[in-house]
Ligand binder design. Structure first.
Ligand code: SF4
Length: 424
């Protein structure tokens, strides 16, 4: 039985009870959300997780950190270092997007060391199955794709991204209405090119019932990928993107009906003023399934600072319905991130998520800020470091330019506005 099956039977599975404890909500609250598809607990059967989480409406916003090798850098130890950086900085989930080295070995090493939900993208492995047997990406078979899905689920990942909504119909819209940046999702691009080259429908769409069967085996959560997400502000909200979104909504209903948990993935590059509309549309099209956004990035002009661009969009998205934010690092659009980029990306996205939690009235979210404000008023530096989202960075920053006055900082010294008579 999957978590949805149990929830619909009014049973409180141990995975629900443990997650509720961590979320500080009642098990019944989670059970009800799982039963109606507005929440997920991405936690596969048999995977030991010390820090599970739940994602969905009424819960705090969760964040994911993508790690993984590339064909230029396939070293497992570097990825384990990034995993540690992400988890230590507070990521609720990690996705292994490896495309270089021995993908299965890397995935298993990450899974064994990962205390949080682990996600993966089987499509890259399907591509390698073709290459390793002397074929090209375009000569992949439907069997390769399904086999890759099976392999990832069997390896115990908690959620998989599958780009089931990239249909021939959506690809037709892409051809008719050319984009500035085309298809920027790696899995989506691989599939769309395969479909055009072979003039065939997406096997993950056509054989979606088999994908559901596979996920049921371990209660792996389906993250329905937005293979046609916009990769430029100019491409946001086009016909192909919205066509895919409505297809994902239909597929989500089919999977949920059969007891498989579903997350919907979303954009991407979106102008700030369009984010609210896009979030509300997803909820409408996908019957309030949890929404997992990759950004949104609100401007295209800031390589090197895209973690900040993502945080700006992330808060707006989460205040308007997004439940799960995928981080972006300062290395986005430039290179493979290292552990320090991962850390910065996680912190920036946690700030975005926390700002949304306050605005959304999540119980307890504001208390953290109020404690920090009280410590700031009394210039209790140790307390401020302790409460800081990144204590190490805050402490090091103060140490860079110490004040002659212990009860002030080097910004104002004796002019410290917080010192003096307490009239206000
Ligand atoms: S010295 Fe200025 S910046 Fe520093 S704590 Fe006092 S008021 Fe704030």
């Amino acid at each position: 039985m999957t978590l949805i099956d149990l929830a619909r039977n009014n049973e409180l599975a141990p995975r629900i009870v443990k997650t509720a404890e961590i979320e500080n909500v009642s098990p019944e609250f989670l059970r009800a959300g799982l039963a109606n598809g507005t929440m997920v607990i991405p936690w596969a059967q048999g995977h030991e997780l010390s820090r599970p989480c739940a994602v969905g409406d009424g819960l705090s916003v969760k964040i994911n950190a993508n790690i993984g090798t590339s064909p230029d850098a396939g070293d497992i130890s570097g990825e384990l270092e990034k995993l540690k950086a992400a988890v230590d900085a507070g990521a609720h989930a990690v996705m292994d997007l490896s495309t270089g080295g021995n993908l299965r070995e890397i995935r298993k090493s990450i899974r064994d060391a990962c205390p949080v939900s682990l996600g993966s993208v089987p499509m890259y492995e399907a591509g390698y199955m073709a290459i390793d047997s002397g074929r090209t990406f375009r000569q992949m078979t439907a069997g390769d794709m399904l086999k890759a899905v099976r392999l990832h689920v069997a390896d115990g990942v908690d959620f998989i991204t599958v780009h089931c909504g990239v249909t021939l119909r959506a690809v037709e819209y892409l051809k008719k209405n050319r984009r500035v940046c085309g298809v920027v999702s790696r899995g989506g691009a691989l599939l769309a090119r395969w479909m055009v080259a072979n003039n065939q429908e997406n096997p993950l769409f056509e054989r979606f019932d088999e994908v559901i069967d596979i996920c049921r085996e371990t209660d792996c959560t389906l993250s329905l990928g937005d293979g046609l997400r916009p990769g430029a502000l100019a491409d946001a909200g086009d016909r192909a993107q919205i066509e895919e979104l409505y297809t994902l909504g239909e597929l989500a209903a089919r999977a949920q009906k059969r007891g498989v948990q579903v997350i919907i993935e979303g954009p991407g590059h979106v102008p700030f003023d369009q984010i609210a509309m896009q979030m509300k549309l997803e909820k409408r099209a996908c019957n309030n399934a949890p929404f997992y956004v990759l950004g949104p990035l609100v401007t295209d002009i800031a390589p090197g600072y895209d973690h900040l661009v993502c945080a700006i969009g992330g808060t707006m998205a989460a205040v308007n319905g997004a439940n799960f934010l995928c981080y972006v690092t300062p290395a986005e659009h430039l290179r493979l991130p290292d552990a320090s980029d991962v850390r910065e990306g996680v912190i920036a996205t946690r700030i975005a998520a926390h700002a949304a939690d306050i605005a959304n009235g999540i119980p307890g979210a504001r208390d953290w800020d109020d404690k920090m404000s009280a410590a700031r008023k009394s210039r209790d530096w140790e307390k401020m470091f302790e409460l800081a989202i990144d204590p190490e960075f805050a402490r090091a920053s103060r140490a860079k330019a110490p004040s002659a006055k212990e009860d002030a900082c080097s910004m104002c010294g004796d002019f410290c506005a917080l010192k003096g008579e307490d009239y206000f």
